[in-house]
Design a protein around this ligand. Structure first.
Ligand SMILES: Nc1ncnc2c1ncn2[C@@H]1O[C@H](COP(=O)(O)OP(=O)(O)O)[C@@H](O)[C@H]1O
Ligand SMILES: O=c1ccn([C@@H]2O[C@H](COP(=O)(O)O)[C@@H](O)[C@H]2O)c(=O)[nH]1
Length: 217
C-alpha cells in the first residue's frame, strides 16, 4: 500500500498550460505520480438533454461535485484506490465508465478551480497557479475546442464572452492568492525544471506526509 507523500494542486485559467505543466514535471517519474484532472468531477448531467447541457455554466464552482473530489482525494491519501469518474467534453457529460486509480507517491490535482475549495486546499502540500495572458489563452482555447472538443468558432467565442471570461475574473483569478507559487507563461522551462526536481525528490525520498499543513509562525 502506498501512502502518497506529496500532493500538488495546479490551478489557472483555461488554456493557461496547467495540463502541460503537470505533464512536463512528471515526465521522468513514470508510475509514481497520478494526475487527476478536476474536469472529471463535473456534475453528472445525465438528467439534461444535450441542448440543455450546452448552455450550462462550466466555469462556475457549482458545476463541480466537490464532495466527491474531496472524498476520493482523502481515500487516496489513506492509501486506498478510487474509481475516478471520466468526462466527455464533446457531449458535456460524465462517461459511463470510471477509471481505477491507485494511490502513488505524488498526486497532482489540476483544473481551473483546483485552488477554490478550502478543505481541498488544505490537503495540498504545494499549490501552483499557472498564469498566462488572456489573449494567449483564448487563442489556445479556440484551437483546442475546435480540433479536440467538437466545437465551432462562434460557439467558442459566445461561451468565452458569456461565462468563461466573467467566471475567470470572479472565481478563478482570485484563487491566485491561495497559491504558494505563481508560474508565469505556463510551461516556462525554469519553473518546470525546478518543479521536476522537487517531484523527483519526493518520489525517491522516504518521506511520510503530515495531513495538516504546518501553521506559519
Ligand atoms: N508554454 C507553452 N508554449 C506554447 N504552447 C503551450 C504552452 N503551454 C501550453 N501550450 C499549449 O496550449 C494548449 C493548452 O494547454 P493546456 O496545458 O492544455 O492548458 P490548460 O490545461 O490550462 O487548459 C495546448 O495545446 C498546449 O500544447
Ligand atoms: O462540458 C464542458 C465542461 C467544461 N468546459 C470548459 O472546459 C474548461 C476547463 O478545461 P481546461 O482544460 O482547463 O481549459 C472550462 O473553462 C469550461 O468552460 C466546457 O466547455 N464544456
Amino acid at each position: 500500500m502506498t501512502i502518497p507523500s506529496f500532493v500538488i494542486g495546479i490551478a489557472g485559467g483555461t488554456g493557461a498550460g496547467k495540463t502541460t505543466v503537470a505533464r512536463l514535471i512528471t515526465e521522468n517519474v513514470g508510475e509514481s505520480v497520478t494526475r487527476i484532472p478536476i474536469d472529471n468531477y463535473y456534475n453528472d448531467l445525465s438528467h439534461l438533454e444535450l441542448s440543455e447541457r450546452e448552455s450550462v455554466n462550466y466555469d462556475h464552482p457549482s458545476a463541480f461535485e466537490w464532495e466527491l473530489l474531496h472524498d476520493q482525494l482523502a481515500t487516496l491519501l489513506q492509501g486506498q484506490p478510487i474509481e475516478m469518474p471520466k468526462y466527455d467534453f464533446e457531449v458535456h457529460n460524465r462517461k459511463d465508465e470510471t477509471e481505477t486509480v491507485e494511490p502513488t507517491d505524488v498526486i497532482i490535482i489540476e483544473g481551473i478551480l483546483a485552488l477554490h475549495d478550502e478543505e481541498i486546499n488544505e490537503m495540498f502540500d504545494l499549490r501552483l497557479y499557472v498564469e498566462t495572458d488572456a489573449d494567449v489563452r483564448i487563442l489556445r482555447r479556440i484551437q483546442r475546442d475546435v480540433i479536440e472538443r467538437g466545437r465551432d468558432l462562434e460557439g467558442v467565442i459566445d461561451q468565452y464572452l458569456s461565462t468563461v471570461k466573467p467566471m475567470h475574473e470572479q472565481f478563478i483569478e482570485p484563487t491566485k492568492k491561495q497559491a504558494d507559487l505563481i508560474i508565469p507563461e505556463g510551461a516556462n522551462s525554469v519553473a518546470v525544471n525546478l518543479l521536476e526536481e522537487k517531484v523527483q525528490a519526493e518520489v525517491e525520498g522516504d518521506t511520510t506526509r503530515d495531513w495538516e499543513r504546518p501553521t506559519p509562525e
